[in-house]
Design a binder for this molecule. Structure first.
Ligand code: C2O
Length: 508
């Protein structure tokens, strides 16, 4: 499935073209993680192939913490009108939330593969699906207030000023409010992208950790297209081949951070079927989407996939006139192709590369305990020595191929809230923070999944976590070592994740 070097950009011929096709709405089934809610959209037999028609005005998305009163009034009005639409109108607020539910919680089968779920997370569909989803949501909002330049705001969580839940969403009298949020995470509480409840850092420290985490996920862990955007997902294939760096964190961590932990599945933001019921979802995803743009400008190596199976994947959405449209990934590669853009703001994390942790107090016994055997149930800290395919690589080698730590065969029940962390060269297991170079990355699962038959147990799924470690090995001066110590630490859902194996490969 994921052979070394074979994941890259545009290597397949056409003979086996297998883009995922837009779902068949007539086959939609009840879905939902906890409540068995029906998130199928209203049916329409007429599908229009999408063509963007420029209006001449670009919609400019601005940071949510900096919008002015006039904008806020318009935004509140638009969401209020959307909430007031009849529930069976595909443009109504609940139907908009259900679009996400249907694509994330198994309401659709893949066309041509009965019984095989269609999923838009944990693969290369993550960025384009959410870009298109937000685009139609934004157009509907604009239409409701008669403003075709209306743009969603973005939650600028990657900048210190934006690292709190934006205050425009916290007024309980406003249409932007959602009562189902974590009461402990209201302003001025800082976002914790690492979901580290065991620790209470100072504000400055929390900001530093978030910025380092951003650098890691946008730069160190994002040196190739699949590492940043997620792994290929083709018709008939494994529905969760593996998320890209941004999807795991901070995308998923912020979902969980916002959701209300007293709800069965962390509703609303903490579970995919309900996430779109919180207006903040759309601002959160506008920033995730912005990161796709930012990433492409960071390095000439950062380019979109050119694989036709990606470009030709299609989705269905309802537009502002309640027409059902079919859109392809190739229609959304640049925001301007959809008539919007992002206000330029600072990139405060760009120089925040992590630094090696201060020397650990002692070489701990964890390294000498017997090595775990696979498959491994992750119920406690696991330390594994992993061979490197090549040592002392030249800069040219490093530019060509990224040394990639692959945690494969991650088996889990998708309805659980899960997180495990991966450290490299952490000899006393456990005190590593996101601003330490030893922190390689995290796997995070936001509860979701197909659950058509409530009486049946949800089937476990498998995925892969791939982490770029070239920067980390440089920082820790491990370039010449022929093996490295990898530590896996379960943080949420201890004992609920199985790991098939770990290896290091070179990937492009
Ligand atoms: Cu489709 Cu943030 O999730």
């Amino acid at each position: 499935m994921c052979a070394a070097g074979g994941l890259g950009v545009g290597r397949r011929g056409d003979a086996l073209a297998l883009p995922i096709q837009a779902p068949d709405l007539s086959e939609c089934q009840t879905s939902g993680t906890s409540s068995g809610n029906n998130c199928c959209p209203p049916y329409s037999a007429t599908i229009i192939d999408y063509k963007f028609t420029p209006t001449g005005k670009l919609r400019v998305r601005r940071p949510a913490h900096k919008v002015d009163e006039a904008y806020l009034a318009k935004y509140k009005k638009a969401v209020e009108l959307m909430r007031a639409l009849p529930a069976d109108d595909p443009r109504s607020f609940i139907q908009q939330a259900n679009v996400h539910c249907a694509y994330c919680d198994g309401a659709y089968d893949q066309v041509g593969f009965p019984g095989l779920e269609l999923q838009v997370h944990e693969s290369w569909l993550f960025f384009p699906f959410h870009r298109l989803y937000l685009h139609f949501h934004e157009r509907i909002l604009g239409k409701l207030i008669g403003d075709d330049s209306f743009a969603l705001p973005f939650w600028n969580w990657d900048a210190p000023d934006g690292m709190i839940l934006p205050r425009i969403y916290t007024d309980s009298n406003s249409s932007l409010y959602d009562p189902l949020r974590n009461p402990a995470h209201q302003p001025p509480e800082l976002v914790d992208m690492d979901l580290d409840d065991g620790d209470a850092p100072t504000r400055q420290k929390q900001i530093e950790r978030n910025l380092s985490l951003m650098y890691r996920q946008m730069v160190s862990n994002a040196k190739t297209t699949p590492l940043f955007m997620g792994l290929p997902y083709r018709a008939g294939g494994n529905l969760k081949p593996g998320a890209g760096s941004m999807e795991n964190s901070p995308h998923s961590s912020i979902h969980i951070w916002v959701g209300d932990p007293s709800q069965p599945d962390g509703e609303d933001m903490g579970t995919f079927y309900a996430a779109g019921r919180d207006p903040i979802f759309y601002a959160h995803h506008a920033n995730v989407d912005r990161m796709w743009q930012v990433w492409k400008k960071l390095s000439p190596r950062n380019v979109d996939f050119t694989d036709r199976d990606w470009l030709d994947t299609s989705f269905l959405f309802y537009d502002e006139d309640a027409r059902l449209v079919r859109v392809k990934v190739r229609d959304c590669l640049e925001p301007e192709m959809l008539g919007f853009t992002y206000q330029e703001v600072d990139i405060p994390w760009i120089k925040k590369r992590a630094t090696p942790r201060a020397t650990p107090t002692s070489e701990s016994s964890s390294t000498s305990s017997s090595p775990p055997t696979f498959p491994l149930t992750l119920s406690s800290v696991a330390c594994i020595t992993v061979k490197r395919p090549k040592v002392s690589r030249s800069q040219t080698d490093k530019d060509k191929e990224e040394e990639t730590l692959v945690v494969e065969g991650i088996e889990f029940n998708p309805k659980n809230r899960l997180k495990f962390d991966v450290y490299v060269d952490d000899t006393d297991a456990g005190e590593v923070k996101p601003d330490d170079s030893e922190f390689a990355g995290s796997f995070i699962n936001v509860p979701h999944g197909r659950n058509h038959d409530k009486k049946k147990k949800m089937e476990p799924v498998t995925t892969t976590l791939r982490l770029g470690i070239t920067d980390l090995l440089e920082d820790l001066k491990l370039d010449d070592d022929d093996e490295v110590l990898v530590t896996l630490i379960p943080r949420k859902g201890k004992g609920k994740i199985k790991i098939g194996g770990i290896r290091i490969e070179l990937s492009s």
